[in-house]
Design a protein around this ligand. Structure first.
Ligand SMILES: [Zn+2]
Length: 388
């Protein structure tokens, strides 16, 4: 890892590059190990025909520093990424986010391929078309084919923009697991408080959304879960992201959407200042990513035709002033909080390759467009040539 002062004295661009090179060096060692121990590597196979092709995007949400992830001392927190997922992936060490570092607006920007500028704490829709709208309109897909599983009520508008050429009628269906749980427990949810916390930054922003009947209908008709089964299973889960992954797996089994977007958020508990909970969040997210990858391999609708992307919405900053404690926030907008990473895995994607050239957060949507066959015409990004 470059020292903080080296990074501070470099230009933003140089600092991003230094960080990426350091990540590459840590990963190159691991990738070598993985290649040495992997006896049977699948041959390069030609891309699955588009009508069957599926994409799952997972945001490694909330932001983690390299100290707790890719650096030597952090790698023990991401064993599944390091020894299982990265060796099967193309890994990009320098994904630069030039937008606003708030979780909803940043995730919406990932989903539109444009840096959205709306207030992060407002219940508004993105202004530029989302990936779900491009996908559904261009490919004439039904609403059941694009879904978002989102961590907080504040994300309820992420599926559909206000763009006049897209917008109403073309968006994704958004499922908010906490709302399902609230509806299932009819508000008497004291046994589930650990699953219901809505965000970790502003305790005063907890938008309440009406419509519990619709939620209960989603549970029974779409997820094929009785209210009682859902409640009793939820009781076995330890965090909101566990609940999201549980719901996502039901969706995969019973609806099998071709485009599924899952946003994780547990890591953001770092704002509370408890280092152990932040580390627990990273370890859990690492495990849940692996669980989803295994679900892809075991669900017949997904096995062999699904590309998975994992990327953070953004990082956390170095924040080494006296008022901060390093890992806690993402308020300075420094290079560390803006230089994230991405992995892509699935048929036709090269395995065990690390790229450290700079790509932009907005490149995801055009890349998905090239994979799935739609045009992300309003996006500011470019397809990532190493993937498509
Ligand atoms: Zn945060």
């Amino acid at each position: 890892m470059q020292s903080q002062s080296t990074l501070r004295n470099a230009s933003a661009r140089e600092a991003s590059h230094l960080l990426a090179r350091t990540r590459r060096d840590f990963l190159r060692d691991t990738a070598k190990l993985a290649i040495g121990t992997t006896l049977l590597r699948p041959k390069w196979i030609h891309a699955t025909t588009r009508p069957k092709r599926k994409v799952i995007v997972i945001t490694f949400g909330g932001g983690a520093r390299d100290q707790e992830t890719f650096m030597i001392e952090g790698q023990e927190n991401i064993p599944h990424l390091m020894s299982e997922l990265i060796p099967q992936s193309s890994f990009f060490t320098q994904v630069v986010n030039r937008g606003i570092l708030g979780h909803y607006v940043a995730t919406a920007s990932l989903a539109t391929g444009v840096y959205e500028t709306f207030n992060n704490f407002a219940a508004v829709a993105p202004q530029s078309p989302t990936v779900f709208e491009y996908f559904r309109k261009d490919l004439k897909r039904p609403s059941s084919d694009a879904w978002v599983v989102a961590p907080s009520n504040g994300f309820n508008r992420i599926g559909e923009s206000t763009h006049r050429s897209y917008g109403p009628g073309f968006g994704a269906r958004v499922i908010l697991p906490k709302r399902l749980l609230n509806a299932a427990t009819s508000g008497a949810s004291h046994d589930y408080q650990h699953l219901l916390r809505d965000n970790y930054e502003t305790p005063y922003y907890t938008p309440e959304l009406a419509g519990s009947e619709f939620e209960l209908q989603q549970l029974e008709e779409i997820l094929k879960l009785s209210v009682n089964d859902f409640k009793s299973h939820a009781q076995t889960l330890s965090s909101p992201d566990e609940l999201s992954v549980y719901v996502a797996r039901q969706l995969m089994r019973h609806v099998a959407p071709s485009l599924l977007w899952i946003t994780m958020h547990d890591i953001d508990i770092a704002h509370a200042g408890a280092y152990s909970l932040y580390i627990e969040g990273i370890r859990r997210t690492d495990r849940l990513c692996s669980d989803l990858w295994k679900a892809i391999q075991s669900e017949p609708e997904y096995a062999g035709n699904t590309t998975m992307f994992i990327l953070p919405d953004f990082g956390r900053d170095s924040d080494d002033d006296a008022g901060g404690n390093g890992f806690q926030h993402h308020r300075t907008g420094d290079t560390l909080s803006r230089t994230t990473w991405m992995l892509a895995a699935g048929p036709g994607i090269r395995e065990g390759v690390v790229y450290d050239r700079a790509v932009d957060s907005t490149d995801l949507v055009p890349t998905l467009g090239s994979l799935l066959g739609f045009s992300a015409s309003v996006s500011a990004g470019k397809p990532i040539a190493e993937i498509v």
